[in-house]
Design a protein around this ligand. Structure first.
Ligand code: SF4
Length: 370
């Protein structure tokens, strides 16, 4: 499998109440200059990455669909000019239903984007307003109409204030009937410093048992609708797994461009600055915009491999473990396996967490590191 490219576009129409991503709604006027800096950052790393083949490119944010579509087309041209992007690369763009138009989608398709990730979150308008999304259900349906017959994914959020299982099922059905072949169902994480954290402190959000029940209900309905779970929060119709995310979960290499983007190449993990002004300054003075860089030592690589692999439905490939780290996984972790034996199962060369325990995988995975 080749490596992945991630590009971060840090602009949005407004800040959602739960958001702690690098996104700057009040700085959208800087989009043109920012994109020029991203093209420059790519050009700077061309030489270093000349032997890499990239199989996926993911444009995330922020809201990539909020900027002029021609900047996205230029971004694709810059990526192709500087890097060896496979002919059949998976090229994804995140879009917010409140910021798309037919013209934008046509431009995206013309420049080779072949996968769309649509942030719906909930099909209940009052909940969309509550979390500060800039779109309503009607706009999602219009957006889905523009994507009809295309390869698209829909994000669904679990654990919103007053959210019932019926709301979750309605959201999943809305995505499914609109033609999504991939659905990501994530539990809301109230991060300290976001407005929604106050709701959490006030006990206004569903507790972990209630969220687990929403997840169970979501899982059941997704299965009935023909979506297979391939990672704890990700479901798809056969053959529509996100190749970009599979690369992360298999500890593949990736390179990130733009504010807050991370790279992991040659077992060195680097993260770009979260500060937009600092990013501009670095690029314009020919400095790399990196705020942290660490070599990932063998022990940590092994931990990451185990943790990421056990999040997936496929589980941990013991042959791949042997190839990368030497030794037999089952022998090396015999004591830990013994402790979590009732939660895991063996399938040929794979060790996986049993389906019914995947949602609480953290408590199983943690046992491997005690
Ligand atoms: S659209 Fe996404 S990145 Fe933008 S504010 Fe909302 S959650 Fe954050």
């Amino acid at each position: 499998m080749g490596a992945g490219i991630y590009v971060h576009i840090p602009f949005c129409k407004a800040k959602c109440r739960y958001c702690d991503f690098a996104s700057f709604p009040d700085k959208i006027g800087l989009a043109e200059s920012y994109m020029a800096c991203v093209y420059r950052e790519m050009a700077k790393r061309k030489e270093e990455l000349k032997n890499y083949k990239f199989d996926t490119l993911y444009i995330g944010g922020g809201t990539p669909s909020v900027v002029d579509e021609n900047y996205i087309a230029m971004l694709l041209a810059a990526a192709r000019k500087n890097f060896n992007l496979s002919e059949n690369a998976e090229i994804t763009i995140e879009i917010n239903p409140g910021t798309v138009s037919e013209k934008k989608i046509k431009t995206y398709l013309a420049c080779g984007i072949n996968r769309f990730s649509v942030g719906l979150q909930t099909a209940v308008d009052s909940q969309l307003a509550e979390i500060g999304r800039v779109h309503d259900l009607k706009q999602f349906l219009l957006c889905a109409k523009l994507l009809k017959g295309r390869n698209f994914s829909v994000d669904v959020m679990l654990g919103l204030k007053n959210q019932t299982l019926a709301d979750v099922v309605k959201t999943i059905e809305t995505a499914a009937y609109a033609g999504a072949n991939h659905i990501s169902a994530y539990a809301l994480t109230p991060e300290d410093g976001t407005p929604i954290y106050t709701d959490y402190l006030n006990g206004e959000l569903p507790d972990s048992d209630e969220v687990a029940a929403l997840y169970e209900g979501a899982l059941k309905r997704l299965k009935e609708l023909g979506y297979e779970r391939y990672e704890v929060s990700n479901f798809c119709k056969k053959g529509f797994e996100s190749r970009h995310n599979l690369n992360y979960w298999r500890r593949g290499e990736y390179i990130g461009f733009g504010v807050s983007a991370s790279s992991c190449i040659n077992n060195v993990r680097m993260t770009n600055t979260y500060d937009l002004d600092e990013y501009f300054k670095c690029i314009l003075t020919d400095r790399i915009p990196v705020i942290s860089s660490e070599v990932i030592e063998n022990d940590e690589r092994e931990e990451e491999f185990i943790m990421l692999a056990l999040r997936t439905s496929r589980g941990l490939d013991t042959l791949e473990f042997k190839r990368q780290f030497g030794g037999d996984f089952c022998e090396k972790y015999a004591a830990q396996i013994q402790k979590v034996r009732e939660y895991i199962e063996f399938n040929g060369d794979f060790v996986k967490i049993k389906e019914q325990f995947l949602f609480v995988q953290n408590s199983v995975i943690i046992e491997f590191f005690r």
